[in-house]
Design a protein around this ligand. Sequence first.
Ligand code: DC
Length: 227
Amino acid sequence: MISVAIDGPAGAGKSTISRRLADCLGFLHVDTGALYRTIGLYALRRGIPTKDCAAVTALLPEVKIDLAFTGEGQRVLLLGEDVSEAIRSPEASMAASDVSAIPEVRAFLLELQRDLAREHDVIMDGRDIGTVVLPQATVKIFLTASPEARARRRFLEQQKKGMEESYEEVLEDIRQRDYNDSHRAAAPMRQAEDAWRCDTSELDFEQSVSVIAEHIREQIGNAEKEG
Ligand code: DC
């Protein structure tokens, strides 16, 4: 099986770019952030403080997450309910960042992610795919962009959906999540040593897809030659 690990900070375009790449290559796109968001959402709904390690860990046996892969992309089911939209709220984003710092939560999600890569050719995006989840991935990419470029994109995206956060709030939220994601003790976000770094600050969507697709094809070609 071929696996492409795409890691990087919030708002670098990982999910949209990965989805398009997966369509081009005929691979499954697995958005692992959605898994952390789903646990965050469940804790919020149960009224559990999302930073409370013991309380969140105690919830895990109740949580059943299924991923469904449709023509429209990945859908996430929490105890059978499709929560794909609900997990995108700013509250669920912050809750996801909190629960993702809990080692038990990361361990709980690890096998689910590895099983998918064992069974399918995947493009898997997240924060620790190249470093922890799939250290043997065929291709590793660290996708990044300046905080301002990422905030601008996310702000425009949210405006389209009718959400009311200001640009300054989005930028602050991105800075806060970058800090949390890269300073936590459990699997902090960092670039794998053998990952290719791609900065999309100055690239639009199509340009980003095209340079990354070229890199992936080249790397898969090399891996096939090596046998
Ligand atoms: O990619 P995203 O914004 O949907 O991720 C939501 C949160 O989950 C983010 O704060 C970081 C965390 N996350 C993680 O710790 N590891 C992953 N593989 C994916 C996401």
